[in-house]
Design a protein around this ligand. Structure first.
Ligand SMILES: Nc1ncnc2c1ncn2[C@@H]1O[C@H](COP(=O)(O)OP(=O)(O)OP(=O)(O)O)[C@@H](O)[C@H]1O
Ligand SMILES: Cc1cn([C@H]2C[C@H](O)[C@@H](COP(=O)(O)O)O2)c(=O)[nH]c1=O
Length: 212
């Protein structure tokens, strides 16, 4: 029998959809359920990941879409090996603000010939993740124009690609979601924070009762 590991929950969606806001509520839920957990952020959550995050989101920098794809993968590899894998192996759970699904959709969507195919990105993801996958992926979904209006302050390199790019990313999220993990849920994020949180709680409770 394989050793018992913690639960791995990823939360994803287009920029401005409310992930950070909802992760606070998800952390409260896991705490109420008596679960020990760690929250990570992709890209980030390791020293190399933090440096790659700064590089990847720097608004003045241009890079080829394949370069971008591989740098996001490298950041995730470090996060998995320094943080996620040891946490799960210790029997604790992980909430990840984004994971491989984001890499597949953001780097496959392109306004030119430079996008990378989703199949290739899923394969590269296997190398980067070393076999670590979320058990449950929560996709926060809403129209891109509405989500981008929620963003305050200067836009980063990805956000500045605009509403048309982000709407294509949204559609790709919906298409690719079933490949992200054994359990998935699409959450309507265009409602109040409390309504969104209630739906997230329901999805997590359904997953926990189905998986134990
Ligand atoms: N359900 C909601 N209704 C209205 N505003 C919201 C809702 N959820 C979050 N917001 C607001 O929208 C903005 C973006 O939210 P948040 O930072 O949680 O999104 P995010 O998905 O983490 O964004 P990013 O991908 O850019 O990091 C914040 O100002 C937040 O207060
Ligand atoms: C993991 C990952 C992320 N991105 C994009 C998605 C966002 O635009 C930024 C990250 O910013 P956030 O505040 O943490 O949402 O990067 C991507 O293009 N590819 C990826 O693999």
């Amino acid at each position: 029998m394989p050793p018992k590991t913690g639960h791995f929950i990823a939360i994803d969606g287009i920029d401005g959809v409310g992930k950070s806001t909802q992760i606070h509520g998800l952390e409260r839920l896991l705490g109420e359920l008596g679960m020990e957990f760690l929250t990570t952020r992709d890209p980030g959550s390791s020293e190399i990941g933090q440096r790659l995050r700064a590089l990847l989101l720097e608004s003045q920098l241009t890079m080829h879409r394949r370069t971008e794809a591989m740098l996001f993968m490298a950041s995730r590899c470090e996060m998995v090996e320094t943080t996620i894998r040891p946490t799960l192996a210790a029997g604790k759970s992980v909430i990840s603000d984004r994971f491989l699904l984001a890499n597949v959709v953001y780097q496959s969507v392109s306004d030119g010939p430079t996008g990378v195919s989703p199949d290739l990105l899923w394969q590269m993801g296997e190398l980067a993740n070393g076999g670590v996958h979320p058990d449950l992926t929560l996709l926060l979904d809403m129209p891109a124009e509405q989500a981008l209006r929620r963003i305050e302050g200067p836009t980063d390199r990805m956000e500045s690609r605009g509403a048309e790019y982000m709407e294509s990313v949204r559609q790709s999220f919906l298409t690719e979601l079933p490949r992200a993990s054994p359990f998935t849920a699409v959450i309507d994020a265009a409602r109040s924070p409390e309504e969104v949180q209630a739906e997230i709680r329901k999805a997590v409770e359904n997953y926990l009762s189905a998986s134990t």
